[in-house]
Every structure is written in C-alpha cells, then in structure tokens.
Design a protein around this ligand. Structure first.
Ligand code: MLT
Length: 261
C-alpha cells in the first residue's frame, strides 16, 4: 500500500535522528531541535497518522496500536535510506520509540525517551481514553486546546511564552478527530514495556521536565534506571514538553549525547 507520511527535516551530515511527537501534537513540537541540531545530525520529525499533515489510518477512529505507529517510523526510515538511526519520542512518541526498540533493535544506534513511561495504562486510566475518543468524534478537537495546554505545559511556560501556547493550539487544531480517537484508543491497548527495558543495548538518554505532572521526574528517573547504561536529564522549569518549552537546555543535552555516538 502506498501511503503518505508528512515530515520535516534538516541537516545533511551526522547520525540520522527520527523524532516522534506526543499526543495530540505533530512534528512542529520539535521545531527547536529542527532549528538547533542540523549541524550535527540529520534530523527528521514526522507526523504520525491522523496528526499534522499525515492522513489517519482509518476513517472511523478504530484504535491505532503503538506497534502500527512504529511500523510507520520504520517505513519512513526505509524510504529515507536510514539503515540505522537514533529514534526519539516524547510521551506517546516514547511509547512508539519503545515499540521500535522492541521490534527492530538492530535498526537503532541510539534511543531518546522524552517525558514518557514504560508502564501500560492502569485499569482506572483506560476508560478515560475511550471517553476522550468518543468526545472528540462527536465534538471535534477544539475542546482539547485549553485542556491540553494546561496539562502539558509548565505554569511558567503558560504565563510567559505565548508563542508556545499558540503553537500547541495550532497543532491540536491540525489533528483529525478520527486520528486523535484512534491514537487515544491505541494508547489504552499498549503493552507493558518494562519487561523489555533490560534488553536495550543502545546508548539511551531519558529526558524529563522538572514540573511535568504527567510523567514526573520520579517516573523519568525510574525509566532511566531500568535501561542499562541510560543517562537521565531533568530539565529545570519544563513541563511535559521539555524539547518545546526549553529547547536550548534540551539541545545542549542532545548535543552531548549525539557527539558520543
Ligand atoms: C502525550 O503527551 O503524548 C500523552 O500525555 C501520552 C499519554 O496520554 O499517555
């Protein structure tokens, strides 16, 4: 099947770095990395199906599993000629990056996990995924804008960085309702990634935001501790979207990591 995957890229030399966005955003959340890392990596940030410019996988909001998203990432790597690459994912993108690491470890030269977790949804959390899917299919994505800005961003970002708040709104409004529903249902079905963490053999950096309430620093530190040799970076002042909220601090950490590969 021929399909379209929208992506943005920068840089022509260095290690290939594929970046996978969080929910319900798109490749533009990596604008700081696209702008700031092109001199040391071939940075590619994609839109998962149903987000940004990539069409959804189905037209009715049927669950898209994280493994299916991982297949899209691998298909894009194939299309770009990346035999091996670093994959980086934020939150939902981290679930996808962990699925790539589990399914095709030989394709990875490094792993970047931002503001994410290895645990599956709890029995209490799963019904909220379905409620969100039903709500978005009935009412569209507009209602998510304020809810997710408040959830994803640190208070200081909300108060002092209107361009970041605007960017979140633009990304959410670009998502398709069926794509958001499909991803929400897919996240509820994701398997427990913890049993596979000890088998990760590539250099790994786990990044979190000091003020992240979705995946707080304890979650990030626990994730890093479970991956052999992984480094951990907690970004001061950042919420759940450290690469977008504090691009300079995050890029400094990424530069150190990428330079060692
Ligand atoms: C995300 O930012 O991608 C979401 O917080 C992930 C989730 O809801 O589990």
């Amino acid at each position: 099947m021929i399909r379209t995957i929208r992506f943005a890229g920068c840089g022509t030399t260095g290690v290939p770095l594929l970046l996978v966005h969080g929910f319900p955003l798109d490749h533009r959340m990596w604008c700081g990395q696209l702008d700031g890392l092109g001199d040391i990596a071939r940075v590619v940030a994609l839109d998962l199906p149903g987000f940004g410019g990539t069409p959804p996988d189905s037209d009715d909001g049927t669950a898209t599993r994280m493994d299916a998203f991982a297949d899209h990432v691998l298909a894009l790597a194939d299309a770009l000629g990346f035999s091996t690459f670093v994959v980086g994912g934020l939150s939902m993108g981290g679930y996808v990056a962990l699925a790539v690491a589990r399914r095709r470890p030989e394709r990875l030269s490094g792993l970047l996990l931002f503001d994410t977790r290895a645990e599956p949804d709890s029995d209490e959390a799963r019904p909220a995924r379905e409620e969100l899917a039903i709500r978005v299919l009935a009412q569209g994505v507009e209602g998510l804008v304020d809810e997710f800005s408040a959830r994803l961003l640190a208070p200081r970002t909300l108060a002092e960085r209107p361009h970041v708040v605007r960017a979140i709104g633009e990304m959410i409004r670009s998502a398709s309702a069926v794509g958001v529903a499909a991803a929400s249902r897919g996240m509820a079905l994701r398997p427990d990634a913890r049993p596979h963490l000890a088998a990760i053999r590539v250099p790994t950096l786990v990044v979190g935001g000091e003020e992240d309430r979705v995946t707080p620093p304890e979650t990030i530190e626990k994730l890093a501790a479970a991956i052999p040799g992984a480094e951990c970076l907690i970004v001061p002042g950042a919420g759940h979207l450290a690469p977008l909220e504090e691009p300079r601090l995050v890029n400094a950490g990424l530069r150190r990591f990428l330079a060692r590969l």
